[in-house]
Design a protein around this ligand. Structure first.
Ligand code: ADP
Ligand code: ZN
Length: 432
């Protein structure tokens, strides 16, 4: 099923026209109402009249996360405060959070995006969707909630945490959909297994996002929960979850390009990259009025595929997000993304997807330690067997990533489980 075929399946020519029309309007709106955008355009020698079609977008200056911090809390808002009906804020690891303000129209468009995703997963009236993303300032909970309401499904707003109650309600109410981070889904799956409830639940699909996850994690979650697991992508600055989502083909995340215009740039030079090349994802919001974003640099690394999808949607597909550029670790000169470790672990049947990386520097050399767990059924205290498994994992990591880690096989269940976005890394070098 397709929620909005008129938009999701519109011809690329019509889409181009719509994007151009919308870009012209939103650039004018930001120029007239947001001093930062006006000053930056003036400095670049641009006026709104220079922006005539979507091709002109590359003339416009970028907006960064730092800008959102510098203009905290609301200096990038483009409407009077009386037009704002909702605020959200994203965590921000240090200092001030990033605040987003939405008009009624913006909230409606956001839920339109999430409704498209949920419909693509096969959800609709008659489904009961458990929203285990956190409710509150984080966009996950309310974002999924509004989308589920919009498609006429019943929402079970459990938020994150209180896992045994979640599982009881999931079972007793016959929930058919689950929205949460892939880390929390993995934890829920483990607990279901432990309590022998796997056959008592009726889940059909999961909408997983808010953090990077891999194809191997998809397989793991699908087999453990007996569901189809779909990607949902979004970020607070652009609206929240539902900027894009996968379809039944599970071959890329469709981005709702009529509302959010994506580009891929070289993170070092800012130059646009050709289709298919991996780089930094940049968004311009084409129909968001409270806090419009012009060429916002997400720091998320991925690529785009404009070929037509078998589902009938014409909207571009984004590849899996490798991670944010700031998640990339440089260990002994080699680039390492935590998601690579997840993928390798899940290729070896004896290991499970939980891991924790610790990086340090001893005598001027980087250390690279990874705590991992065996699946319960493979756990053993036979040293020779543990060493064999450890060496196999080390071998795979050396061949894929290129450096040798110290692997610590810890007892099943001992790595801290996450209810939201998982923390997989501690880099102690930062504090030295
Ligand atoms: P914070 O910056 O505090 O994490 P957000 O909740 O707005 O706040 O996080 C958005 C970010 O989460 C995205 O920029 C991206 O890095 C990550 N993310 C969201 N959805 C996905 C997804 N489906 N796959 C990978 N990463 C995702
Ligand atoms: Zn598709």
């Amino acid at each position: 099923m397709i929620w909005n075929p008129e938009k999701e399946c519109m011809s690329r020519e019509q889409l181009h026209e719509l994007q151009s029309e919308r870009l012209v309007k939103i650039v004018r709106h930001t120029y007239d109402n947001v001093p930062m955008y006006r000053e930056r355009m003036n400095a670049a020698g641009l006026t709104p009249d220079d922006i005539k079609s979507i091709e002109d977008i590359s003339k416009l200056p970028f907006t960064t996360k730092k800008d959102l911090r510098d203009y905290y809390p609301d200096s990038l808002f483009a409407v009077p405060r009386s037009e704002i009906v909702r605020f959200h804020a994203s965590s921000g690891t240090t200092g001030k959070p990033i605040v987003a303000g939405y008009t009624a129209h913006d909230v409606e468009n956001w839920s339109e995006g999430t409704a498209r995703c949920l419909t693509a997963y096969g959800a609709g009236r008659g489904d009961t969707i458990q929203v285990s993303y956190g409710y509150g300032l984080f966009t996950g909970g309310l974002g999924a909630h509004d989308g589920a309401t919009r498609i006429g499904a019943a929402v079970l707003p459990t938020s994150a945490g209180n896992t045994s109650k979640q599982l009881m309600l999931m079972q007793d109410l016959g929930c058919t959909g689950l929205c949460c981070t892939p880390s929390y889904a993995l934890f829920l799956a483990e607990e279901l297994e432990k309590e022998g409830l796997r056959d008592k639940i009726q889940l059909k699909f999961g909408a997983f996002g808010a953090e990077p996850w891999t194809e191997n994690m998809r397989k793991e979650l699908e087999s453990k929960l007996g569901i189809k697991a779909y990607d949902i992508y979004g970020l607070t600055e652009i609206s929240g979850p539902g900027v894009g989502g996968e379809c039944q083909c599970q071959d890329g995340t469709h981005l709702w390009e009529d509302m959010f215009y994506p580009e891929i740039i070289d993170p070092a030079t800012g130059e646009p990259l050709p289709e298919g090349k991996e780089g930094e994802l940049v968004f311009t919001t084409l129909d968001k009025w409270g806090m419009p974003m012009i060429r916002y640099r997400t720091r998320d690394l991925t690529h785009l595929n404009y070929s037509q999808c078998a589902c009938g949607r014409t909207m571009v597909r984004m590849g899996r997000i490798l991670g944010r550029s700031d998640d990339m670790l440089i260990v002994r000169g080699v680039n390492v993304f935590p998601s690579q470790v997840e993928s390798i672990l899940l290729e070896i049947p004896e290991f499970q997807g939980q891991y924790f990386i610790t990086i340090d520097r001893v005598n001027n050399v980087d250390t690279f330690d990874i705590d991992v767990e065996l699946r319960e059924e493979f756990y053993t205290d036979e040293i020779a067997q543990l060493h064999r498994l450890r060496d196999r994992l080390v071998g795979r990591i050396v061949s894929v990533i290129g450096i040798k880690p110290n692997i610590h096989i810890v007892e099943p269940g001992s790595i801290t489980r996450s209810m939201g976005k998982a923390k997989h890394v501690e880099d102690k070098r930062k504090f030295k």
